[in-house]
Ligand binder design. Structure first.
Ligand code: ACO
Length: 791
């Protein structure tokens, strides 16, 4: 029966260039046997290579290409005819996305699951990670799976076979659904042709699989014109990276220097590979001649070509005989060398922070390629935030949206099912539905899993907002939102549409033995702030108070900056006031976000020494105390932060953005004892006063300046300390940070802050010191000052 079913579904899939899904529900070993039967049936019909079949499983010893659930994303490079996902023992939602993404048109996705009625109640290895201390595994629910099972039973193109349990014989195997799907309307499968007036070589167009891809390549031709920005938005599996690679190779063949960047090299690998193939083809053959290059409209190759005719270089760099090249650099590094390349291609742009993307606009021409519905976060933030900046820039912007899948037809039932099951197309409410919302009309609601499951639109729009809040929001997070006992979802809702959403995690309240083991180096799942404060910052008591961490927060982009975020936090603070000792947050620090959290009453206790590889941001952790025990925790860590930061600023934090430092220090709680005094010797005061009012120099007492600047900036943004704050303008504060606190050389500080000369910068330090003398000066310091003023 299994063999026949597999052959039928496979033939149907091949005919339609779609995929089909077969679920083998029941006993695991029987499911595995049935999966072998499926592969044999497919192979008997139309022989397939052994590496055309892959399995994702916690077990080993299959005769297929094996992947562990945790590493299933390794599947994403190549496509397969059959991919089997063994959901027993450890079912990872992300792995399902990766596995489905690897099945070619005409192929089969096979799921081995427990009995579908029982599956939601079974706890497995993935659930163990959701049982965050002090919660137990029995507190984790199976709602994500319940929903998933519903989608399997409902969507077309999905066959379900009950393979029975261990005791009963094969006669108990029976078909629950045959998964037949109506064939789609006929589509046009013709390969695209090279436009007559195209500038890129024929081979670039011949390599395109869909008309959409050829349109992208065509749009990318304009990268040869300075002042162009090309934006390619695409669903996953539409061939945008290949199109970018074909363009990169074509530009390099015409002698251009093309810089490719992405959040990680693995994202850009395909761009480089495609470019290499094209360059290899063209440089090796006749197409590489100088005449041809000129005819293709690119820059004419220089006379002194590189001697050899073949493409050379490393995995990260391809050189052409014409002196052109394509090279990869990580995003932060790439943004620092934009003077050299002729064109920049940013792949997976949506995963990079907007500030970084903006810097690429200074390159002569630039392409931003991005996935809209991904398996690891979608590109809404890019679509909204970066689009605004792009509209303001002086570029000619060309847009392409790739919809046509390259490996199967549009409307493929497995893709439709996957989008629904994992909410890959979740997005916030359409703008028109919420644009007029007023924060006064919004209702604060607890969106518990039951409420979310009862309303598909609410669930999708809520998850869509969480995806916007953080590009790394992924399918596993959907399972966490629905099943993890430590998580809560809260929202402001207008007419049943969520307009601002926060995901909250309970942390702390850990028993003594757990705190001790954490102090001694054990990791404790899902307790980010207690873990940081205990193991890294060496506070064994930090895990005791009850905390609530704001894991993610986002306001609908049409309503940002109109008070929803603040109001949502207010309501959360009120709801949990009797329940927790403190509220916390950790995020990639930017000046605006620091301001948002500081205004909501959060105080800095940590700034990471390393930068996030992708965003280049340093993460900051802030606390907002609720009870006395929360206040004690904050006070200990605010004090430790002040002591640590004084030295870290000229060491690990030397290069951190000045405004991030200003925001982090300005939002840190000042020493309640020492807000009005800075402990300097008389001699140091004389040196400081002389630098401010007379002939003295900063370099005579750098430590004294540092103490003063530090005291002036700590807590300077906190409203409660406004009456004792030092009056400094933005420019003066930036100078104190760069030169005095981060210890930059005069030359570097002058260049970085744009002073006309070192003398003017030194004078500015003197001026910035005057309010410090006024605020902290001893009587001796005042007398010294008066001597200069009164002559
Ligand atoms: C733990 C975390 O999730 S941290 C990441 C937070 N989420 C994001 O960055 C997603 C994108 N941003 C947003 O969704 C929202 O802008 C939020 C959640 C940061 C703030 O919510 P809003 O409803 O816009 O805030 P509200 O109107 O109450 O307050 C305005 C302040 O929020 C901050 N803010 C507003 N828009 C932005 C933005 N696009 N980026 C960063 N901060 C912003 C600013 O501090 C702003 O004050 P300002 O105008 O003086 O600069």
């Amino acid at each position: 029966m299994i063999g026949t079913l597999a052959r039928e579904r496979r033939r149907e899939a091949v005919r339609a260039n779609e995929r089909r899904l077969i679920v083998l529900a029941g006993d695991r070993d029987r499911g595995i046997d049935a999966a072998y039967e499926i592969v044999d049936a497919v192979d008997g019909d139309d022989p397939i290579r052994s590496d055309d079949v892959a399995i994702v499983s916690t077990r080993e010893g299959f005769r297929f290409d094996e992947y562990r659930p945790r590493n299933a994303r390794g599947l994403l490079g190549a496509t397969r005819t059959v991919v089997v996902v063994d959901c027993h023992e450890r079912f990872v939602p992300n792995a399902l996305g990766a596995a489905a993404g690897a099945v070619d048109g005409g192929g089969l996705l096979v799921l081995l699951t427990p009995d579908l009625d029982r599956w939601p109640a079974i706890r497995d290895g993935f659930d163990r990670a959701l049982a965050v201390p002090p919660y137990e595994l029995s507190d984790v629910t199976g709602r994500f799976r319940e929903r998933l099972v519903g989608t399997l039973r409902r969507h077309p193109g999905i066959a379900i076979v009950d393979v029975g349990d261990g005791e009963r014989g094969p006669e108990n195997m029976h078909l629950i659904r045959d998964g037949r799907a109506d064939p789609p309307p006929a589509t046009d499968h013709r390969r695209p042709r090279r436009p007559a007036d195209a500038a890129f070589p024929d081979a670039a167009y011949e390599a395109c699989l869909t008309a959409d891809q050829a349109r992208a390549v065509r749009a990318l031709e304009s990268l040869a014109d300075p002042g162009t920005a090309v934006v390619i938005e695409s669903d996953r599996g539409r061939g945008k990276s290949s199109a970018a690679g074909l363009a990169a190779g074509s530009l390099a063949l015409a002698g251009a220097d093309v810089l490719v960047t992405a959040p990680a090299f693995r994202n850009a690998r395909e761009v480089l590979e495609r470019a290499r193939e094209l360059v290899g083809l063209e440089d090796d053959g006749d197409g590489g001649s100088d005449d041809d290059e000129a005819a293709h409209g690119g820059r004419t190759a220089t006379e002194t070509t590189h001697g050899e005719r073949t493409a050379t270089g490393t995995a990260h760099e391809i050189r052409t005989a014409t002196g052109g090249r394509v090279r990869f650099l990580p995003a932060a590094e790439a943004a620092d060398c934009l003077d050299d390349p002729d064109a920049v291609i940013v792949d997976e742009a949506a995963a990079l922070p907007v500030q970084l993307l903006e810097r690429f606009l200074t390159a002569p021409s630039v392409a931003f390629c991005t996935t809209v519905h991904g398996y690891e976060g979608a590109g809404r933030g890019f679509a909204v935030r970066f689009r605004e900046r792009l509209a303001d820039a002086d570029h000619v912007v060309r847009d392409v949206h790739l919809k046509e899948p390259i490996r199967y037809v549009r409307g493929d039932p497995v893709e439709r099912w996957l989008f629904d099951a994992l909410l890959l197309d979740a997005r916030p409410a359409v703008e028109a539905a919420v644009a007029d919302a007023d924060s006064a009309d919004a209702t604060y609601r607890a969106l518990d899993p039951k409420t979310l499951l009862g309303n598909d639109t609410l669930l999708a729009e809520t998850f869509g907002l969480l995806v916007v809040a953080h590009y790394r929001t992924e399918s596993n997070d959907l399972a966490r939102v629905l099943d993890a006992p430590n998580l809560h979802t809260r929202a402001l809702v207008v007419n049943d549409r969520p307009v601002a959403v926060a995901l909250l995690a309970r942390e702390g309240s850990l028993p003594a033995d757990r705190r001790r083991s954490m102090y001694e180096g054990d990791r404790v799942h899902g307790n980010m702030v207690p873990d940081l404060l205990t193991s890294q910052l060496r506070d064994e008591a930090a895990g005791e108070p009850a905390g609530l961490r704001v894991v993610r927060i986002a306001t609908h982009d049409a309503l940002r900056g109109t008070g929803f975020g603040t109001r949502l936090l207010d309501r959360i603070h009120a709801e949990f006031a009797d329940d927790v000792d403190y509220v916390s947050v950790g995020y990639g620090a930017t000046p605006r976000l620091l301001r948002f959290w500081r205004r909501a009453g959060y105080r800095t206790v940590h700034l990471s020494t390393t930068r996030n590889d992708t965003s280049g941001e340093h993460s900051v952790v802030m606390l907002r105390p609720v009870t006395e025990s929360g206040r004690t925790l904050l006070s200990r860590h605010a004090s430790a932060f002040r002591r640590r930061e004084r030295d870290a600023l000229s060491d690990a934090h030397r290069e951190v953005d000045v405004d991030v430092i200003r925001g982090a220090l300005g939002s840190s709680a000042p020493d309640p004892e020492g807000t009005s005094t800075v402990d300097l010797t008389d001699h140091e005061w004389r040196a400081v006063v002389a630098a401010a009012y007379g002939p003295g120099m900063y370099d005579v007492a750098p430590g004294a300046f540092r103490d003063l600047a530090f005291a002036a900036l700590v807590g300077s943004d906190i409203e409660a300390t406004a009456d004792v704050a030092v009056e400094l303008d933005d420019e003066a504060e930036r100078l104190l940070v760069r030169k005095v606190l981060q210890g930059w050389s005069w030359g570097d500080a002058v260049a970085n802050l744009g002073y006309p000369s070192t003398r003017s910068c030194m004078r500015a330090i003197g001026e910035a010191t005057k309010p410090l003398v006024e605020r902290f000066g001893t009587s001796l310091a005042r007398r010294e000052r008066d001597r200069f003023i009164n002559g």
